[in-house]
Design a protein around this ligand. Structure first.
Ligand code: MRU
Length: 383
């Protein structure tokens, strides 16, 4: 299907939906040409979808994992006739309705769930939202099992919890975006890197959410979108999302920001985040660090926009954040077509760390955190 534009400003395209008990993701690999859903109902397909970036962006990965965890937990809880392909509706159909009420969920399920959790956590190591979501689902299921609930209660409660995770993201992203408007001057020219729009975060956007809300407030922002090699989330997704919102956007290569800033064309930088350490050091898409250094050199304020679920209080600084290293083929080819000599070696770290001293503020759902970040982050997380 060819995608048509839309000018209305709402939560935007949501990355996933549950339909007839099946978990479906917008296949972000295919945009902007084709808007198609990928069926991630089986646990294997879910892990593939996260690893291969059918669904991507730290918060959306977290929500995807919450649903995936719930569906797999339900299949295992009813393990009479277990099949990894069963949808939620199939799962409740395979055993009689009366058995759903009389079957008490087995304590032994917890070790299965721990395995599900660690498999999910390993799919993408940098985005802490994934672990945040699986931690939450795991503790929730452990509490249900300890209460000796029956199968019906278990199945309904786990999916309700995943739904809550989804709903909370929508609310959080809107609150964050609304707070962020305060840093946007009228007619601001903003540069962003990668994609932190509705698809990446489950509604509204974070970095793009701030820009979208600024438009709603009549501030008339315009955007330079870094193309974001190697996966081109900027050219494929950010430009697509902003064009639908009728927000003026120009696509630029990742190496153009120095020139643009030297020409005084940029008023501020806003990016998303995959993990933020207790001192404010921020992991985001590779190339974010370069942008932050250039911004500092030119006195352009550099903002990070991220929900509190992106903060990792167990990590004191950025050097402890694991950096995902992806396949060399993402660098040496584009859409399967070689762009380097056959046999060329490449290096593909997917993220880098921007030290907190380059960051003017972190926009969250509880307000804009300012340096010194140790104190402001601690206070925000205590709320
Ligand atoms: O590898 P991706 O596309 O999942 O990386 C996405 C980013 O780096 C985003 O900027 C980040 O997840 C924040 S999304 C709000």
């Amino acid at each position: 299907m060819v995608v048509k534009g839309s000018s209305k400003l709402d939560a935007g395209h949501l990355p996933l939906k549950l339909e007839s008990g099946r978990l479906l993701f917008i296949d972000q690999r295919l945009l902007p040409d084709v808007l198609e859903y990928f069926d991630a109902t089986s646990f294997g397909d879910l892990c593939f979808a996260i690893k291969e970036m059918v669904v991507r962006g730290a918060p959306s990965i977290g929500v995807a994992a919450a649903f995936g965890y719930a569906m797999e937990a339900n299949r295992r809880a009813l393990d009479t006739n277990y099949s990894p392909e069963f949808s939620h509706d199939d799962v409740t159909r395979v055993i009689s309705q009366s058995k759903l009420d009389s079957l008490v969920v087995d304590q032994k399920l917890l070790s299965d769930l721990a395995r599900i959790k660690s498999e999910l956590d390993a799919t993408r190591p940098t985005a802490v939202n994934l672990r945040w979501a699986t931690d939450r689902m795991h503790s929730f299921c452990a509490a249900l099992i300890a209460k000796r609930v029956n199968a019906r209660q278990f199945v309904e409660a786990t999916l309700d919890e995943a739904d809550r995770v989804f709903d909370e993201h929508l609310k959080t992203n809107l609150a964050l975006s609304t707070h962020g408007v305060a840093v946007v001057p009228p007619h601001a020219e903003i540069i962003t890197h990668c994609n932190a729009g509705p698809l990446a975060v489950c509604g509204w956007g974070t970095a793009l959410g701030v820009i979208r809300l600024a438009k709603m407030h009549g501030l008339e922002p315009s955007v330079y979108a870094d193309e974001t090699r190697p996966r081109n989330q900027g050219s494929k997704l950010t430009v697509w999302e902003l064009m639908q919102d009728e927000i003026p956007v120009k696509l630029v290569c990742d190496n153009m920001s120095g020139y643009l800033m030297s020409q005084k064309k940029i008023d501020l930088v806003i990016v998303g985040a995959d993990r933020i350490a207790a001192n404010g050091d921020t992991a985001n898409k590779i190339g974010t660090y370069n942008l932050a250094i250039i911004a500092k050199h030119h006195g352009v304020p550099f903002y990070v926009a991220a929900p509190l679920s992106t903060f990792d209080r167990s990590i004191s600084n950025g050097s402890e954040i694991p950096i995902e290293v992806r396949d060399q083929a993402e660098i040496t080819t584009i859409n399967g077509i070689p762009i380097a000599p056959s046999g060329a070696q490449a290096l593909n770290p997917a993220f880098d760390i921007t030290p907190s001293n380059l960051i003017a503020g972190i926009i969250t759902e509880v307000g804009i955190l300012r340096p010194p970040f140790e104190a402001s982050i601690k206070e925000a997380l205590a709320k």
